[in-house]
Write a protein that binds this ligand. Structure first.
Ligand SMILES: Cc1cc2nc3c(=O)[nH]c(=O)nc-3n(C[C@H](O)[C@H](O)[C@H](O)COP(=O)(O)OP(=O)(O)OC[C@H]3O[C@@H](n4cnc5c(N)ncnc54)[C@H](O)[C@@H]3O)c2cc1C
Length: 471
């Protein structure tokens, strides 16, 4: 087995890990990025299925995601806008299908007013509490010990309004049932996107895509890092040593002064830490888990819905398929729809055989967009729950009560070991933008700590005192 020496070893070549590595190297530190899979990009992945280019994971960029947008431009990549001309479709809980313009679902005046009232309350909480330290707010415990479902039922007696608000936050974002996470967690999600109003505005949230796919961001950074990115190398152990840390992967061992765990928190326990992590980390990591959503891709000879004056955007909170969007690739003559089957609905869908699941899913497409939707030329389901090195989608959140109990400690380094993934970000939480931000912020922390240590120790980076200070 090869053993290499680096300043920093980074575990995981997703967006966060690669951005950390890029900045660390730019600051003059040597890096090695160890990646378990045979590809970079983590939860961003572009794959060609039966001749169709599909974005299997993260893809959309909203206007406020400036860290990602600036990076895309810096890397020389281009973006394009999601097709959104025409009317949207809403399938009400009673099965009534309506076609509508604008942001607000075509619900009764009372339900509409209740939705606006709840959006107003959530906007107020997001503004007051913010995304950086939600656990520090005086109402943190109160809001973290009540589930979103319970809070909604205490806030409004309009069940359709509650189902629609829950749809955005639970199925649409955290991809867990609304009884499984707290209002504080929902507020963090809203605040990390600027406001709750931003989350319910799909024109904003799902604004742009990267030409060729979001994975190109990681591929471009990996090309800059060259041989410092090592694929097919799951890290099995992180051993703290006098000199810092040793990462033991399947085919390579890296002796480094610092480590960045750039993997989602649900996977920390796949690595053996020696000595073991402190009690707080052991406990905290057991309260963070990934949600579950099936991203369904259906490609058609033409984007037939456009000819009927429809944008392809469909909402149906009570169907298995909750959301559908036009996901046609840049310059493609074929039309692609993408849809989402979240949390308990995904459980139910996976109970079915593949053929029956496809039939049921496409029947929901047809309810919204007509019989032509039943016959795609390519059909594919992204199943991140089965991916060993992810185990869910989109990202991680705390269980009820976990955010105020542990959040303040989630980024605290353990000796030379740092934590960075979109799941721990403030702005851009759970999004690619958050992965960029936290990767870069983590690199900055390591560079600053290293500069401090070098300054204190007169630049003797091999000194035992430096090693002691680090551990
Ligand atoms: C279906 C889906 C749709 C999404 N849609 C959007 C969207 O439209 N817009 C958006 O902004 N975000 C979206 N997201 C979320 C976004 O993709 C993620 O938040 C982001 O990509 C996470 O980046 P990361 O670097 O933090 O983690 P990851 O991408 O998960 O990277 C972690 C890396 O670590 C590797 N790894 C794990 N364990 C080990 C180990 N022991 N040793 C070595 N390597 C290891 C993994 O293989 C992986 O490559 C979506 C996610 C999914 C799954």
């Amino acid at each position: 087995m090869e053993t290499i020496e680096r300043d920093v070893v980074i575990v995981g070549a997703g967006t966060a890990g690669l951005n950390a590595a890029r900045d660390l190297r730019a600051a003059g530190l040597s890096v090695a990025v160890l990646e378990a899979r045979d590809r970079v990009g983590g939860r961003t992945w572009t794959k060609t299925i039966d001749g169709a280019m599909l974005e299997i994971g993260g893809q959309w960029i909203s206007p406020d995601q400036t860290a990602l947008k600036e990076l895309v431009a810096e890397l020389g990549l281009e973006m394009f806008s999601r097709y959104r001309d025409g009317k949207s479709v809403y399938v009400a809980p009673d099965g009534t299908r309506s076609v509508y313009d604008g942001d607000m679902f075509p619900v009764s005046a009372r339900t509409g007013a209740e939705m606006q009232r709840m959006i107003g309350i959530l906007d107020g909480l997001a503004e007051e509490i913010g995304a950086s330290e939600p656990w520090a707010h005086p109402r943190a415990r109160e809001l973290d010990t009540i589930s979103l479902r319970e809070w909604m039922s205490q806030t409004s007696d309009d069940q359709e309004a509650c189902a629609n608000i829950g749809h955005f936050l639970a199925g649409g974002m955290l991809t867990k049932p609304s009884h499984a996470f707290s209002v504080l967690q929902a507020v963090l999600m809203a605040a990390s996107a600027g406001s709750f109003s931003n989350l319910v505005d799909e024109d904003l949230l799902l604004d742009k895509r990267v030409v060729g796919g979001m994975q190109n961001v990681s591929l471009a950074i990996a090309a800059q890092l060259g041989e410092d990115v090592v694929l097919d190398s799951p890290v099995r152990a992180l051993n703290r040593t006098d000199g810092g840390v040793t990462a033991v992967a399947d085919h390579v061992t890296v002796n480094a002064r610092y480590a960045v765990m750039a993997v989602p928190p649900n996977l920390y326990s796949r690595v053996s830490f020696n000595p073991p992590l402190p009690r707080l980390q052991h406990q905290m990591h057991q309260h963070q888990s990934l949600g579950l959503v099936i991203k369904v891709h259906a490609v058609y000879e033409t984007p037939f819905w456009r000819e009927e004056g429809l944008s392809g955007t469909c909402f149906s909170p009570n169907l298995l398929v909750q959301e559908i969007y036009d996901n046609t690739n840049h310059g493609d003559t074929r039309g692609t729809l993408v849809a989402f089957v979240p949390d308990e609905k995904a459980d139910a869908a996976f109970e079915l055989g593949a053929g029956e699941r496809r039939r049921v899913v496409l029947a929901d497409f047809a309810t919204s967009l007509g019989a032509k939707a039943l016959e795609p030329v390519v059909y594919y389901e992204s199943d991140w729950g089965s991916e060993e090195w992810t185990r869910g989608a989109y990202a991680a959140s705390y269980d009820l009560g976990g955010l105020h109990r542990y959040g303040a400690h989630q980024l605290t380094p353990v000796g030379p070991i740092y934590w960075a993934s979109s799941d721990l970000a403030a702005e851009g939480y759970q999004h690619v933008d958050g992965a960029v931000r936290i990767g870069r912020a983590t690199a900055a922390k390591i560079v600053a700590r290293d500069a401090d240590l070098r300054g204190v120790l007169g630049g003797n980076e091999n000194s035992p005192a430096l090693a002691r200070a680090q551990s």
